[in-house]
Design a protein around this ligand. Sequence first.
Ligand code: FAD
Length: 501
Amino acid sequence: MTATDRNIKKIAIVGGGSAGWMTAAALSNALQGACEITLVESEEIGTVGVGEATIPPIKIFNQSLGINEAEFVQRTEGSFKLGIEFVNWFKEGHRYFHPFGEYGAPFDAVQLYHYYLKARAEGPVDPIDDYSMAWVMAKNGKFSVPAQDRRMVQSTFDYAYHFDATMYARFLRDYAEARGVKRMEGKVVDVALRGTDGFIESLTLESGTKVDAEFFIDCTGFFGLLIEKTLKTGYEDWTHWLPCDRAVAVPCEHGGEFTPYTRSTAHKAGWQWRIPLQHRIGNGYVYASQHISDDEAQATLLDNLDGTPLADPRLLRFKTGRRKKFWNRNCVAIGLSAGFMEPLESTSLHLIQSGITRLLALFPTLDFDQYGIQEYNRITTGEYERTRDFIILHYKATERRDAPLWQYVADMEIPAELAYKIEQFRRGGRIVAHELELFRNPSWLAVFTGQGIWPERHDPLADARDVDYQGRLQGLRRVMEETAAAMPSHADFITKHCPAK
Ligand code: FAD
């Protein structure tokens, strides 16, 4: 057998939601016709149909496919996202911002936030948000793309998008089909396993058509048709840390501000998202069904919209957690079939992207080397767990005790690694970064301080160094405000560069 004979020649993807089409697009681009790729999807089953907010690495995914940003924003009715505003999370009436990018601009070897902590210990200070370029733009409703020159404050922010996930899947479908991906419409009703080793051999559609392949990607969403229903891989349930298990979602007309950011507002039994797209606002209430009825949740959502609803509210059920193995035998689960954490930090589409990137880095041959599979599972597990911990932090660090959900999360035991991180920050403002961390230091800083965890002391080097930090902090704020003032509004930027047709 030559090396080429061992190469995979036939791949089947089941599912045509964002996960399925992102996978099909990336594989067709990377494999350049060397593999026959078939995607099976069922219009009758449909897709989850939500998933509108993203984080900055999505730009890399689109760029790696050669997608033009303006065309992508136009075709997905997208808008720009500079971060997330959290309202009522720490306590009612309180708000903070998780910005994309850095705090301040580097003006010394010691990180800016230690000087901020020092100033804070000496007297009243402005909110730490005001030292983030992303927030200064966001609160003024401004948007522009970052500068490349690291000496400019315009280089210190980053951005992602809000978009219609169904339109994104459709856009990627065109991309993938143009690169040879074969789409089959139909419901998979049977999955055949090989007698010798339990590997998946073929799929049978309701029509009786058989699809055989050597490698299968399960993108069937919460169904987990291949990874769970067929291969019985098992699911690690995280409900005890992330108790929200339902969401009701509804789009509405534009009635409020066209914010270049997502807003997350905590309610008694969960939280509500507000995601402005070009033609509508996406809204949803994520809640713990143990603490509120579906009817009450729906009423709360409808009472808190900016404009008239554009559709009937949709109910979605989920269980937070992850698949025990993401890759089992000749099947990899990507998307909701791999696991789900609530959409609080817009991580799901990113986890799809990083799953695909990792799959390409560890692409198998027909012998399905166990070491490659093990490595895929090790890294993916680490990424899911670190992301989970970041989301748990929002719940755990709260002063709210006004409802059973908030009492529960404030008192719950948390994963040891998160407890360690919180303690490190509380003691000395140290942010412990893990090798498999998706969210970097500024994100942790934003959520620690936003949720009321402040360090007991700052870096002693901030005392040792002769820096006019008060003057620099003030100067920085002024430059940021002036810079944002000169930028176009979010709406004007879109009208000029990427209006939806
Ligand atoms: P789905 O969209 O459910 O697609 C499953 C596909 O499998 C469909 O095409 C279906 O037809 C097909 N299928 C299933 N069974 C069969 C079968 N037997 N035969 C043939 N086809 C089959 N993510 C973010 O990044 N940002 C967000 O803001 C965000 N918000 C969210 C809010 C909520 C309430 C929820 C639940 C999720 C949210 N997500 C978000 C997650 C995001 O929606 C998903 O990660 C993303 O859409 C991918 O879904 P999917 O493709 O895995 O599954």
